[in-house]
Design a protein around this ligand. Structure first.
Ligand code: ADP
Ligand code: ADP
Length: 228
């Protein structure tokens, strides 16, 4: 159980030439881990994250998460997999500007569970009293909190974050980091984070370095830094 990636290859075709974005990736991640993915720009970090999250398909190899064999799922099953298993957080939070905080989260929620679940999430990410605000009325950090609430409202087993603090100052980054850690603790969510943020790497259980579409190194942190 957990996340198991075996011999994964991803090739992009562009202008008649092939580009090997992922080469024979093997990786094992346990349930409940926080895992950081490092590597220079173009090393395949987003490609790997998107493949794990089922928003991008791979040429060969297998990606398995719990009972799901992600790499062999077809379109409709992929949608189900994403809805049941995965939450995404991006650098640019992608909130819908003309919807309120509440409505942005509602879009991702199970109808049967709303509105109780939405209120719970707003509280969980520290945005009490802000349900009726629009994204433009919030700070960058608050907007990212909304996108985390949206990502976890279905209680995904896997939270995938692509540069979640990439456009935030260091204090705000720290708050977001603390929040991500809370999600990990409270829901035992397995979390994968692409980041250049050193503090996040210190908090991670496992640090994976990519280089030219290959695993350069995997290190397991014995002493995990705890954000206060
Ligand atoms: P990283 O996230 O580490 O910056 P990416 O996974 O975004 O790297 O990209 C890895 C490589 O694959 C880059 O060279 C990028 O230009 C290329 N690439 C990414 N997406 C596509 C695509 N849709 N079509 C062609 N090439 C792509
Ligand atoms: P990152 O911030 O991860 O480095 P990029 O700026 O490389 O992301 O890419 C942003 C988006 O553009 C990604 O979704 C990626 O799939 C796509 N992309 C990147 N490189 C190419 C490319 N050469 N051709 C087509 N799409 C690409």
């Amino acid at each position: 159980m957990g996340l198991s990636i075996q011999k994964v290859n991803k090739i992009y075709q562009s202008g008649g030439t092939e580009f090997h974005a992922l080469n024979d990736i093997n990786l094992e991640i346990e349930i409940g881990e926080i895992c950081v993915i490092l590597g220079p720009s173009g090393s395949g970090k987003s490609t790997l994250l998107n493949a794990i999250g089922g928003i991008d398909q791979v040429e060969s190899g297998s990606i398995a998460i719990n009972d799901w064999n992600v790499s062999s799922l077809k379109n409709k099953q992929l949608v189900t997999f994403r809805r049941e298993m995965v939450g995404f957080v991006f650098q640019m939070h992608n909130l819908i500007p003309n919807l309120t905080v509440y409505e942005n989260i509602e879009l991702a929620a199970n109808i049967s569970e709303a509105p109780l679940k939405i209120d719970e999430m707003i509280k969980a990410v520290g945005l009490e009293g802000m349900a009726d605000r629009f994204p433009r009325e919030l700070s960058g950090g608050q907007q990212q909190r909304v996108s985390i609430a949206r990502a976890i409202v279905r209680k995904p087993k896997l939270l995938l974050c692509d540069e979640p603090t990439g456009s935030l100052d260091s204090n705000t980054s720290k708050e977001i980091l603390t929040l991500i850690k809370q999600v990990n603790r409270n829901y035992n969510t397995t979390i994968l984070i692409i980041t250049h943020n050193q503090a996040i790497s210190q908090m991670a259980d496992r640090v994976i370095k990519l280089k030219d579409g290959r695993i350069d190194s995997v290190s397991v942190n014995d002493t995990v830094y705890e954000p206060e």
